[in-house]
Design a binder for this molecule. Structure first.
Ligand code: 3PY
Ligand code: MG
Length: 261
């Protein structure tokens, strides 16, 4: 009973994302399997494993996914490297997050690398995702359906091209990166500025028209309120290090308050 509930948690993840269930994740930038195992058990719906900015390399993927267990992991690849796409999916990730996608051509190339023929050009190998051979056929049969392709819109060009990006078949969700977006729009780090909000709204309107899921990163829960009220369903709140810093500071503040006369 317990096992089948656990299995459903990963098996239905892509379908739940596409159906618009609100699923909360956090960014994991460290390759510590202890931290990942802990985060996976906290009740978060999924983990955003950061291969773009974090300290995570290709050889960390298998232990990370083993530590995450039944908690689905979407792995952000560095750039749009097709080798990473192949390796991440072969290692058994629930899907990929591709950063800095500026136009429909780049989005289409990412989808192609992530999907087996006839939908794409993903190479056929034998790896952890296929149970090293134990689940080869069942994995091939389900992979294109169960694998999520998330495209990051985080530049002026992406905003300008957003209607054609969301129209690319196989793109499941658009993940807005407000920090890179702010940099591209000339106000680095000012993620709550009018110009960034307007760009975010434009992306969200295009996603709504195309029926695409929207993800958004915020350093804290309050920062995601605006996009959640406008229909984002894939929020990512904080990072492993920000959560740790926040928890330690809260304890220190409590401690200082207790010691005050
Ligand atoms: C950004 O804000 O640029 C991001 O990519 C967050 O994930
Ligand atoms: Mg970014």
């Amino acid at each position: 009973m317990k096992k089948s509930r656990k299995l459903r948690r990963t098996a239905g993840f892509a379908q739940r994302v596409r159906a618009g269930d609100c699923l909360i994740g956090t960014i994991v930038g460290c390759a510590s399997i202890e931290v990942i195992e802990t985060l996976a058990g906290t009740g978060l719906d999924w983990l955003f494993i950061d291969g773009e900015h974090g300290a995570i390399g290709l050889s960390d993927l298998t232990p990370i996914l083993q530590a995450a267990g039944t908690c689905p992991c979407l792995i952000r690849i560095p750039g749009q490297d097709t080798v990473w796409i192949q390796r991440v999916l072969d290692a058994g990730a629930a899907g990929i997050i591709a950063p800095r996608v500026d136009d429909a051509g780049q989005a289409a190339a990412i989808v192609a690398a992530a999907k087996y023929p006839p939908q794409g050009r993903r190479g056929v190998g034998l790896a952890r995702a296929h149970g090293f051979g134990l689940r080869f056929r069942p994995y091939l049969d389900r992979a294109n359906t169960d694998t999520l392709v998330v495209i990051q819109a985080e530049s002026r060009a992406a905003v300008e091209n957003i209607d054609s990006i969301v129209a690319v078949p196989g793109v499941d969700a658009i993940f807005i990166g407000p920090y890179d977006l702010s940099a591209s729009l000339g106000c680095t780090g000012e993620v709550h500025s009018r110009v960034v909000k307007d760009a975010v709204d434009r992306i969200m309107r295009a996603c709504r028209r195309a029926g695409k899921v929207v993800g958004y990163f915020s350093g804290d829960a309050a920062g995601a309120k605006r996009v959640l009220s406008r229909g984002a369903t894939l929020p990512v709140i904080g990072t492993d290090s920000l959560l740790l810093i926040g928890a330690v500071r809260a304890v220190l503040d409590q401690f200082k308050a207790m010691r005050r006369p």
